[in-house]
Design a protein around this ligand. Structure first.
Ligand code: PEP
Length: 246
């Protein structure tokens, strides 16, 4: 299991320092892995506070380029040097507000793997697609498009997050049964792409309005291997509650 907190564009480095120190102090014994994914300026703080603890940290995005004249971009090598274990690629907010295509997401995932960072690759359908009954084919097309040329050396080097767009930050979450059906379809597609043994060990997270009230039911599904959590990862108490459940 992996529980990863996506802070999005929240908190500042001084707040993060206090928050992460408290997380470290209050951390319960973990059966699963915890990760915090703050915005880029907080990664040096995460490195300072979390190094030597079981709490992983990582980024919310990465450049598709290795190095060069790309003003404003942050490379996978920079993230690796800061000790990032994970980075999100293809979050629906990047796809929607920055027009990121599957091909671009695949390039980003490749850059991360080159530097030993595990991509948390997000996929998921908008509401109108679900209402048309096309959620599964839409999400699988996005998945396979975003994995084109992406060859992780082992299953722990790839994490998929199923995040239905209509559930992100809306307070509406997929039912555990709907999530399970999609996760099963994702695992099947991964099996066709990478082989059964590989697919069975890739972590498939659910994301979309996860909170301490709905997480246990989602986690009880056999193909749900944890959560990618936005809003509920910002409050220490609720993040700790989620970690205790996983
Ligand atoms: C997310 O941003 O990845 C997310 C799932 O957000 P929230 O938990 O707030 O819906």
């Amino acid at each position: 299991m992996l529980v990863a907190g996506n802070w999005k564009m929240h908190k500042v480095p001084s707040e993060a320092r206090v928050w992460l120190a408290e997380l470290k102090r209050l951390l319960p014994p973990l059966d699963s892995e915890a990760a915090v994914l703050p915005a880029f300026p907080m990664l040096p703080v995460a490195k300072e506070v979390l190094s030597g603890t079981p709490i992983a940290y990582g980024a919310q995005d990465v450049s598709p380029h290795r190095e060069g004249a790309y003003t404003g971009e942050v490379s996978a090598r920079m993230l690796a040097d800061l000790g990032c274990r994970y980075a999100i690629v293809g979050h629906s907010e990047r796809r929607r507000y920055h027009g990121e295509s599957d091909a671009l997401v695949a390039e980003k995932a490749k850059r991360l793997l080159e530097e030993g960072i595990t991509p948390i690759l997000c996929v998921g359908e908008p509401l109108e697609v679900r209402e048309r009954g096309e959620a599964v084919p839409y999400t699988l097309a996005q998945l396979l498009g975003s994995l084109k040329g992406v060859e992780p050396e082992s299953p722990d080097r790839l994490v998929i997050a199923y995040e239905p767009v209509w559930a992100i930050g809306t307070g509406k979450n997929a039912t555990p049964e709907d999530a399970e059906a999609m996760h099963q379809a994702i695992r099947q597609a991964l099996a066709e792409r990478y082989g059964e043994a590989f697919a069975s060990r890739v972590r498939v997270l659910y994301g979309g309005s996860v909170n301490p009230k709905n997480f246990a039911d989602l986690l009880s599904m056999p193909n749900v291997d944890g959560g990618l959590v936005g809003g509920a990862s910002l409050e220490l108490e609720s993040f700790l509650a989620l970690l205790r459940m996983a």
